[in-house]
Design a protein around this ligand. Structure first.
Ligand code: CO
Length: 505
């Protein structure tokens, strides 16, 4: 490595670390906004967030960054494409090239609008008042299109937005992977619907004291490996994970006093995200090499702990007796098999975040189609509620009774996250493929779960996923880790095997 290249690289990293410090302050403001901030603070918080975003943009798009990246991209540091240096240069350059294309004014307008609109969305959702949210959503779609035009794209505007969450992905790739498993999935959902076996939902839909749910959820999150010494668990309207910085990774959940599963599986989900953030190499903090691969890979981590583990038999062999002790009046006389079936209830439902692991993907297909159509102009924002309800009837056989439980249920669009939804189902697909490999690598893995030992899987994830940061992009990581390209078969087979037994198909 030449001294000159080394010097330029060090300067690049120093600048990146400064950007990361500002970003982490913004993350802390965002966490506060969604947990403890009084509603009256939203206008001022919007100003703070817009200012911080503007500052980050200015630092990151400094012409000096362009000079450094231009020289480094041609340097001998790029020789080994998966070295720490090459990875950082590649990914910083990718983000830089996108970011310099957006004028500062648009960055600030986007941040200000989305911050304000989240407050409006939250109120409009509470009042089931789509017309109140409509002008904001129209403005956000317009701003997203403007961003896509600034970024540039080869085939269509949505590709440019998707690339922000799943670098290098495209409508073409996503549509192909999704449609590959759609028919199988619809078949499975309908077979389960026709099964004579029906879970007794009163087992989990009962009066579960919230304080005890919290104790139970915390103990489960700690058992699978979420570190409370470097993490927190708080309440928010929509559960999320945020990394403030090394040693400070926070998750949230929400409790339903009449349901055991909603908070528990939400907590396991966010704990899976949190463990990934806690596990990326801190020595590379502030650079791509020390950051999660992509949102899809992130989601593979949360989904694995929530579904493959948290809704699996071995997990409950350990935790069911503990749940019985904690909630003796509800669960004391309940049989294991009845409980296990109840937590694996599959049926069409309105709310994505409460959906089972089989129908969940239909919620994502619907959103992907909707937002793709909104961005490319096939669908007008004012027609979103009717388009949503029509699709919902088609896929789920039910029509949402109102927009609050229909097209207004998720925070994503109000936050400007167009291109985000597909990463959930990509995550499910990655997750199944990773988990198969982990089971093959670790004999008796699930026997360990049954005695409450989850360290084997966590260690495997550390060594195979967390450690890489952004060394590989998502598609490549899947190949490196599993030796095969992304395929829908592992997820479909997992669902078929599990639910054929449960529902006697
Ligand atoms: Co998630």
């Amino acid at each position: 490595m030449s001294d000159k290249a080394k010097q330029l690289y060090d300067e690049l990293i120093e600048r990146m670390k400064e950007v990361s410090i500002i970003n982490s302050c913004e993350a802390l403001l965002g966490w506060d906004e969604r947990t403890y901030m009084p509603r009256g603070g939203s206008a001022h918080r919007a100003n703070q967030a817009a200012y911080m975003a503007g500052l980050t943009h200015k630092k990151f798009t400094d012409p000096r960054m362009g000079e450094l990246l231009g020289e480094l991209a041609q340097s001998d540091l790029m020789k080994d494409e998966f070295s720490d240096e090459a990875v950082n240069i590649r990914e910083i350059k990718h983000d830089y090239d996108k970011e310099v294309k957006i004028p500062q004014k648009l960055v600030e307008e986007f941040t200000h609008t989305t911050t304000m609109s989240q407050g409006v969305w939250s109120q409009a959702r509470g009042e089931n008042d789509f017309p109140k949210f409509l002008p904001w959503l129209e403005k956000i779609v317009k701003l997203c299109r403007e961003r896509a035009e600034c970024f540039g794209y080869e085939k269509e505007a949505y590709d440019a937005l998707l690339d922000e969450y799943e670098t290098g992905s495209s409508v073409e790739f996503v549509s192909k992977v999704f449609s590959g498993f759609r028919d199988d999935l619809v078949g499975l959902v309908s077979a389960i619907g026709n099964s004579k076996i029906k879970p007794n939902l009163s087992i989990i839909e009962s009066a579960y004291a919230v304080d005890l749910q919290e104790v139970f959820g915390r103990s489960a999150a700690a058992a699978i490996g979420y570190d409370f010494g470097t993490g927190r668990l708080d309440l928010s309207a929509h559960p999320f994970t945020t990394g403030i910085g090394p040693g400070d990774i926070r998750i949230t959940t929400r409790y339903n006093p009449n349901h055991l599963g909603q908070a528990l599986f939400g907590t396991l989900h966010e704990a899976g995200h949190g463990m990934y953030e806690q596990g990326v190499p801190t020595e590379h903090y502030g650079t791509p090499r020390g950051a999660a691969t992509s949102l899809g890979i992130h989601e593979s981590q949360s989904r694995m702990w929530e579904n493959q583990i948290g809704r699996g038999k071995p997990f409950w062999k350990h935790f069911f007796p503990r749940a019985q002790q904690m909630f003796p009046e509800i669960l004391g006389e309940v049989k294991f098999d009845d409980f296990f079936l109840a937590i694996n209830d599959v049926r069409p439902s309105l709310i994505r975040v409460e959906a089972d692991e089989v129908t969940y993907n239909l919620h994502i297909l619907l959103r992907f189609e909707m937002e793709h159509a909104l961005i490319n102009g096939d669908l007008q924002v004012k027609d979103a509620p009717s388009a949503w309800n029509e699709k919902f009837q088609k896929y789920f056989g039910i029509t949402p009774p109102n927009d609050a439980d229909g097209c207004m249920q998720d925070v994503h669009w109000s936050a400007g996250y167009f291109g985000y939804f597909p990463t959930y189902t990509l995550g499910n697909l990655y997750s199944a493929q990773f988990y198969n490999k982990a089971k093959a690598d670790i004999p008796g893995l699930e026997d360990q779960f049954a005695i409450g030992n989850f360290t084997g899987l966590k260690k495997w994830l550390e060594e195979n996923i967390y450690v890489h940061g952004q060394r590989y992009r998502a598609e490549k990581l899947v190949e490196v880790v599993t030796g095969a390209k992304l395929d829908h078969a592992p997820l479909m087979n997992y669902l078929k095997e599990k639910y054929s037994v449960l529902y006697n198909l």
